[in-house]
Design a protein. Sequence first.
Length: 217
Amino acid sequence: MIVVTGSPGAGKSTVAAALVARFEPSVLVVGHASFGFVAHGAIEPWLPESHGQNDVVISAAAAATGAFAAGRYATVYDGVVGPWFLDASLRRTGLESINYPVLLPSKDECVRRVATRLGHGFTDEPATRKMHREFSAAPIASRHVITSDERNVEETVGEILDRLDRDELRHARSAGSTPRLSCQGSALEGHRRARTGLGTVAAGPSQSGEVSEVASS
């Protein structure tokens, strides 16, 4: 399972769609669509008072995404999953680990993209700046961060695949936490074996909790 995340305007949706096309069978879960299930009383998810709502919506999306991954689909999740939600989201997928690439163009580039894109429901510049600031200040290990100002979509996808091959994007459960599901044998693992020539892929040592090499914009 791959969680493609970042602030608004980071290019998540474009990159996730191009990435999922590299796998078969594969599933693309669009995270912001889950917020549409809240029929009445929805709170804009970037507001401080939305935390409880966001936790419920992201938990539901994580459970569904984990079920697809456990069903041996290469599963890509496209959405805002900050590191402050990452461990809770992983637990709710029921999986042992997920791959976590964080797209982090510059603040100005994200603001420009949000202002100029067409047919997208989100156009809030202050919220874009706020979420970019939160991602930039978060303790994310640099192996997860892709600064994509100078990369086109295919180059960004290629970088994600290269890091998958090197097992640099894995975020694993903490010691003593037991997964409910397994996605061994998925199309994602098959793709990795094909690219690296490996017969099996063993989960490396847990790299969760890394807070060194903090990303900055």
